[in-house]
Write a protein that binds this ligand. Structure first.
Ligand code: KG4
Ligand code: ZN
Length: 362
């Protein structure tokens, strides 16, 4: 049964290396969300010595920090427990130890306070963020680019996603992270590559553009990553300038591929997205990349699409996107039983066939 609005939701995110809690208010259909608080503890310092996320360390860090962050989120929002209408937490996909920490915490609060509980697909959090920021109506085209996923989807409604394309190997964020690691640029990889690329010559290394020119809108990044390694290995010594040039060449190749694939998706989506709704939304951590934002905006406009991208801090993982998606679900009366389990893998479009050549990615 739909619920009376406004709805004030606490959102908890613990699926990777950010521990996050937020309070968001949904005032009603067609209105943007109001972020009352949004606190994120980044575990960068804990993982940096290992050059990437260590799942066990992430889970422990979530345990250590989550309670304090929830308290802070309520305090920043200037509300008490009685002001909440529901608790939402990421239930997957992600690193399972971390997911369990957030999920069990949310269930504990929901049970103790007698509040509705929503166990969310993390990807739905990214997918619906543009409705919180820009009050976008359904349907719209979504390019979801994060550390674990690269997908093009038509967002038809809450819980309704039609996948047009996906990666057949690495996710784009994963490619950024691996390239950063092999160039010794550090972790987290995406921002490190972007920073290095600013000083680099994007034309120095002619890297491949996998899948470009092929029909459809699937992606592949594994070959590009290998080509980057070969470019680095082909140099006698790798100077700071070499690294910058490789980073810039890699970033340009990614931008070319993402734009071309997304242009194909816009052409395909024309059949299902009516003229007044032609909007391209970019979401997920990689959407924080300035070059990609600029190139995708040009592509969108060339295809007659409006371009919508959330502010930087709402692209990377955060609690507000989880609270908002929880509010969207609760508004429709969609809650989860208290015994809903965590899910390491959880595709947004369960009907989509695996991409040709795909491994195990959702
Ligand atoms: O959405 P997100 O915060 O977490 C997941 O759900 O995976 O995305 C994290 C990914 C990482 O691979 C990170 O390297 C990438 O997003 N990323 C970036 C940038 N900022 C974060 N990639 C490219 N450029 C950036 N500025
Ligand atoms: Zn994410």
């Amino acid at each position: 049964m739909p619920v009376t609005e406004p709805l004030t939701i606490l959102g908890i995110e613990t699926s990777c290396d950010e521990t996050a809690a937020a309070v968001v208010r949904r005032h009603g259909s067609g209105q943007p969300g109001e972020i009352l608080s949004n606190v994120v503890f980044s575990q960068i310092e804990e993982h940096a010595p290992f050059g990437g996320v260590v799942p066990e360390i992430a889970a422990r860090a979530h345990v250590e920090h989550l309670d304090g962050l929830i308290e802070l989120a309520l305090r920043d929002a200037e509300i008490g427990w009685d002001d909440l209408d529901g608790i939402a937490a990421t239930a997957g996909p992600g690193l399972i130890g971390g997911v369990i920490v957030g999920l069990m915490t949310a269930k504990g609060i929901a049970a103790a306070r007698g509040l509705p509980f929503i166990g969310l697909n993390h990807l739905e959090g990214h997918a619906l963020t543009a409705r919180m920021t820009d009050a976008l109506p359904f349907p719209y085209l979504l390019l979801l680019v994060s550390g674990g996923h690269s997908q093009l989807l038509v967002v038809e409604g809450v819980g309704h996603y039609r996948r047009l394309g996906t990666t057949i190997d690495d996710a784009v964020g994963e490619a950024f992270d691996k390239v950063a690691k092999l160039l010794g640029l550090g972790y987290p990889g995406g921002p490190a590559v972007e920073r290095a690329a600013r000083e680099g010559n994007p034309l120095r290394f002619p890297l491949p553009r996998p899948m470009m020119g092929r029909p459809g809108c699937d992606f592949s990044f594994s070959g590009l990553k290998t080509a980057v390694r070969q470019a680095a290995e082909g140099l006698e010594t790798v100077t700071g300038q070499d690294k910058a040039d490789i980073a810039a060449s890699f970033q340009n190749a990614v931008a070319d591929v993402l734009c071309e694939r997304t242009e194909n998706a816009m052409a395909l989506a024309d059949d299902v997205i009516p003229p007044g709704h032609r909007r391209l939304v970019v979401a997920g951590g990689v959407a924080a990349n300035m070059l990609l934002r600029e190139c995708l905006m040009v592509s969108a406009h060339a295809c007659g699409y409006e371009f919508v991208v959330p502010p930087l801090k709402l692209c990377t993982d955060n609690g507000a996107m989880i609270a908002w998606a929880g509010a969207e679900r609760l508004a429709l009366g969609l809650t989860d039983p208290i015994d809903a389990g965590p899910r390491a893998r959880w595709p947004l479009d369960p009907d989509a066939a695996p991409a040709r050549g795909a491994g195990v990615k959702a």
